[in-house]
Design a protein around this ligand. Sequence first.
Ligand code: F6R
Length: 609
Amino acid sequence: MCGIIGAVRKSDVLPVLLDGLKRLEYRGYDSAGIAVIANKSVSRVRSVGKIAALEQAIQTRQVLHGTTGIAHTRWATHGPPTEINAHPHISEGRIALVCNGIVENHEEIRQKLMSEGMRFVSQTDTEVIVNLVSREIRQGKDLLEAVKETTSMLEGAYAIGVVSADEPDRLVGARHGSPLVVGIGDGESYIASDMSALLPVTRDFFVLENGDIVDIQENRITIVDQSGRTQSRPVKTSSLSLEAVELGNHRHFMSKEIHEQDQSVSNTLEGRITGTRILEACFGNRATQVFDRIRSVQIIACGTSFHAGLVARHWFEEHGIPCQVEIGSEFHSRIHAVPEDSLVVSLSQSGETRDTLSALEHAMESGYAHSLAICNVPDSSLVRNSELVLMTHAGPEIGVASTKAFTTHLVALRLLVIALGRRFRMTETDEARLVRELRELPKQIRAALEIESQIRNIARQFVDKHHALFLGRGIHYPIALEGALKLKEISYIHAEAYPAGELKHGPLALVDNEMPVVSVAPNDRLLNKLKGNIEEVRARGGKLIVFADSRTRLRSQENLQVIHVAPVDSSIAPIIFTIPLQMLAYHVGLIKGTDVDRPRNLAKSVTVE
Ligand code: F6R
């Protein structure tokens, strides 16, 4: 789970590689490196830490100038984040290689190569790939043939970029399970893990498919499969704007992404509703045919996307649609009693989360009838492997902590609930009401964002805390889970979420005046029960922070701080009540001085199981 980039240019390759690495940094950032072919030899600089550290290392050494090169930003899987384990890896001083992914049979290959006398210096699985390529070249193959032969021996999921000092204007890339795009420039060509890395230099791309190998020689791009047959892939023109992947006036992408949720939600809705109805065709040509058959829904997702699924279960079941939700990594590791005519709905911002992809594959092999992906990244693996697709159109999400992906997933799920609900017990009047509520959302999101200054003050109370508890009831329990997840990843404070009703079954023992207890209190039918739980905490000296609908009559008093949120319809309240919790996590992280957009040990796109 790393970012890779490579280029064959007419001028110095270094600025493009460095800029691209910065755009890919969200994918992993524990170490980074660059290799350039200069004067028929490989020149490499690597460093531990973020791209800024690599930039500094390059300045001190001043060695990397040439027109062909590759670069990498790493999220460690095999071997700790040291300089020796950082990519590019070099074999026999002539071949340099970057990899995003995992080689499952690396140990076996390593033993074999060592028995042939090859040396290994790192603990990474990637080093076996570069040594294999090098061995093939020694046996007389050119770079493309060597990569073809090498990839036929690898098991796992990976994308690679390789250059050779003996073929200075050539770059070969290969994709098997991890994403790789080819950028088509003006007399120059590129590879990268995603399009955003290359936006300043091109908007035209080939999206490689699994098993594709790309051979770039000066400005000629050839794509072949494992057996050498030429493959033609359509040119895709990216509609991403540069501003969408830049900070603008914000200090962090997380803040930018929190604040653009009114717009991203509008984008999710655009073209999907008309008058008082939703347009079913937005799910794809076959949607009506598929939906007519569906009798239940199985949601699979990871992390924040999983929390969106937990919210949606309440919505589906409220309208008579049986729904199960499971974490991808759990789903793909067990045997299923498959219900008839069940729709597998996978949720993923990136569309490249390995556990979600494996869960989808496992579902289809197990006999689930149909699949639908809700996703933010066009041409991602999830989108390509699903029968029906609803893109969220949230725009690039760069902050590692997911924010606008969560709210847009919820909006997309709401559209699905309506489309399926018509076949269960949703009436036209219900549909008209739900559509009206969706139309109101962007305005309500803007209102929720207005309480940020109050949240900034509250955030100060968390700075010296080690633990926090989040409480929610019913459909807001997943919102508590999401609030706790955001706080722990951004501020490194241990945060746990509990269904408020479960408090008395154990967690009350933890309550004291040291651990803040956060809750959301929408004006719904569970409010009185929640008020009871709030009192249980206060009675034990606990300190509460409650984000409450202003109609709830909850008021601040001793050990209870209430921050009012503008009134909101109860069915979409989970979307609105998420926003204060996102802002809380952001401001706690900011005050604590953590790297908000790139929290330690994490990566944006988790392409390993
Ligand atoms: C948390 C977060 C992760 C992701 C998870 C799934 O803030 O970002 O938990 O939600 O890794 O990622 P996607 O949605 O890309 O499948």
